[in-house]
Design a protein around this ligand. Structure first.
Ligand SMILES: [Zn+2]
Length: 656
């Protein structure tokens, strides 16, 4: 590990808080030091209070901030004298500690300081850096961890046995360092937890961290426990098995979850390990991961969700064993699962959550595999982890989440998604919390959406094999399929029946009917494993009110509508709803431009403006209006409706 300190940048930074931001970000930029909100830092200096009296403050990283992108506002100013005075208490409950910390802040709008605030106050240096460095935590989580740490560092650090973070840890360290000459050490190694370094100088504190972690890495290398390599063979993956697993996980959680399969080198070697049942079932890399990942992953054999049931049952047993009165059991769903011989699945309500689990599980697996080469992985006890998992201060980090959007955790597939109604549907679904596989014949689809919640797939929907691949890719990326919007279509050249040519006729039937039937057939097995599964077919006003010259289009759309009615009958008993919308006069799509609009309006002797509103309600219909209706049909208001046809045309005299 190398120092990223850039003297040219650092020299220009004058204020100690800005320097604190700079070096905190250096730490946060390396995922082998801290991950997703892990670690914390602080700086102490004298400021003037509102009455111009000097006051010594400790600016401590606020809860909920990431070191990687922290700003000035992410640090909470706490009066140092009051912080140190808190150590005089024999006991201090967590809620009282938070109350006191907040009362000692000079800015009531700043975030609540880290749970390690008192410890930061106690360390007698201006800059204090704390990480959960992989290499160090790996070594402390082994059978001979203590012995190794002594061997690596000798007297340059002090060793702190594991105790709960927060007041208890600060108190423990206060006792252990009473006689200590702080200047004689470079840092502290906290067993099963992490590293602290400190100095009056930001650079020294940061570089001491890099040095201590580098020594741990060098030790792992010396013991040939650093590199974890595998001869990876591409595993056989069963998308339908993944969809079943994800459904069971969501049922155990009580809310929809996404699932993402990872079968990279580390996941693969981890999942193939002979001692998987032992090393994977001990505990997390560092205790605060437990609120994200739960204590251990589920183990799944042969893509059968039985492993999820087993995890859930043993989670409830674990809760009952350790819980004190008045504690409520969290949901019993795992947050990651090892698919034996294949890879690893991460679960979460959103792509962001899944990515966090991906990152944490990757670092955990790598550390476990290294520790196995170093004599054997040995995580903290079940009881210690339980206390962390149900620690009110950790749980508080999760409670700040807002009410979930309606489609959070749901997976949708939309065809014809690069423009018009399809694009509007993708955007509407994402805004309501869904992840979407957006399919289109246009290559632009890959760059059409900037959201991480959208997977753009370039695919011609009339190509059966390509559509099958697109559906399977969707399931592997997001874990399943719940919502289908079969929208792609084409409007053929206007021709009378007398002049019809077979190419135009066949293409329209292929694109506007057969491709939908094929997509529906391919997705039914996944929808069966979906969560409140629902399908919307995009029909046309031409079904109830056809126009001359449009037989190829109208017939295909009429048959598509009939397909939807039969599907509603066939799929109802499986809980899959299928409804059809009949839009008309949606002019903000690729099919229309100003020239065509002008010509059409002239035929009716209308201005473009009047032509657009040529319906009973005298209103314009946009792609966004159709998307709104489609999402409503996919959601709760239509949860008791199937086989219906809903017009969205501003009211059509020929139909009414
Ligand atoms: Zn920590």
């Amino acid at each position: 590990m190398k120092s990223k300190w850039d003297t040219k940048i650092a020299e220009k930074i004058k204020h100690p808080l800005d320097l604190r931001v700079y070096s905190s970000r250096l730490l946060g930029s390396d995922p082998t030091l801290v991950l997703h909100g892990g670690g914390n830092t602080s700086v102490k200096f004298i400021e003037k209070d509102p009455w111009s009296k000097p006051i010594e403050l400790a600016y401590i990283k606020g809860s909920g901030w990431d070191l990687g992108n922290i700003e000035r506002a992410g640090f909470s100013p706490v009066k140092l004298a009051e912080l140190c005075k808190m150590l005089e208490f024999e006991d201090l409950s967590d809620s009282k500690m938070v109350k006191l910390l907040r009362a000692s802040m000079t800015d009531p709008y700043a975030p609540t300081p880290s749970v390690e605030a008192i410890l930061h106050g106690l360390i007698p240096f201006r800059f204090v850096d704390h990480t959960h460095a992989d290499a160090v935590v790996t070594i402390t989580n082994t059978q001979k961890g203590l012995q190794f740490i002594k061997e690596i560092y000798g007297d340059e650090i002090i060793i702190i046995p594991y105790v709960m973070p927060g007041f208890i840890l600060a108190k423990e360290i206060a006792n252990l360092t009473r006689e200590l000459d702080w200047h004689s050490i470079k840092g502290m190694i906290l067993m099963n937890h992490g590293v602290f370094t400190f100095s009056d100088d930001a650079k020294t504190s940061y570089e001491n961290m890099i040095q201590l972690v580098s020594k741990a890495e060098a030790f792992l290398k010396k013991k040939k426990a650093f590199n974890v390599k595998s001869t990876q063979k591409t595993p056989i993956v069963e998308p339908i098995g993944i969809a079943k697993i994800r459904k069971t996980v969501s049922e155990k959680a009580g809310f929809p979850m996404l699932a993402r399969l990872k079968s990279d080198s580390i996941s693969n070697i981890f999942a193939k390990g002979k001692k998987l049942n032992s090393y994977s079932q001990q505990g997390p890399l560092t205790p605060d991961h437990v609120i994200r990942t739960k204590r251990i992953p589920a183990i799944i054999e042969d893509f059968v969700p039985k492993g999820i049931d087993q995890f859930s049952n043993s989670y409830i047993t674990y809760f009952k064993k350790h819980a004190s009165k008045g504690l409520n059991c969290l949901d019993s769903a795992p947050r990651w699962a090892v698919l034996k011989h294949t890879g690893v699945l991460s679960f979460g309500k959103s792509v962001k959550e899944v990515s966090i689990i991906d990152d944490i599980s990757k670092h955990t697996m790598q550390s476990i595999l290294r520790a196995e080469k170093l004599g054997g992985w040995k995580a903290l006890s079940e009881k210690d982890i339980f206390e962390m998992e149900y620690w009110e201060l950790e749980q508080a980090k999760l409670i700040t989440q807002k009410i979930s959007p309606v489609f959070q955790g749901k997976v949708a597939l939309v065809t014809g998604a690069a423009s018009g109604i399809g694009k509007a549907c993708v955007e509407k679904l994402v805004s309501q919390g869904a992840v979407v596989s957006a399919i289109d014949i246009s290559r632009d689809i890959k760059t059409c959406f900037s959201s991480h919640s959208v997977l753009g797939i370039h695919c011609d929907i009339t190509n059966q094999q390509k559509v099958k691949q697109a559906v399977e890719r969707t399931v592997l990326e997001f874990g399943g399929l719940d919502l289908l919007i079969s929208n792609a279509g084409s409007f053929p050249r206007s021709l009378s029946i007398k002049d019809m040519n077979s190419d135009i006729w066949n293409h329209s039937l292929n694109c506007n009917l057969t491709s939908h039937q094929n997509l529906l057939s391919l997705t039914i097995p996944y929808l069966e494993e979906g969560l409140e599964p629902a399908v919307v077919l995009v029909g046309s006003k031409n079904v109830p009110a056809p126009g001359p010259g449009a037989s190829a289009y109208s017939c295909a759309k009429a048959a598509l509508t009939q397909l939807g009615r039969v599907a509603a009958l066939e799929l109802g008993s499986l809980g899959i709803r299928i409804n059809t919308v009949h839009p008309n006069a949606v002019y903000d799509t690729n099919l229309w431009n100003q020239d065509i609009l002008k010509k059409r309006a002239e035929i009716y002797g209308l201005s473009i403006k009047s032509y657009k509103k040529n319906n009973v309600l005298n209103t314009e219909i946009t792609s966004d209006d159709v998307a709104e209706l489609v999402c409503t049909i996919l959601g709760k208001p239509f949860s008791k409706t199937t086989g219906s046809q809903v017009p969205i045309d501003g009211g059509n005299e020929r139909i009414i």
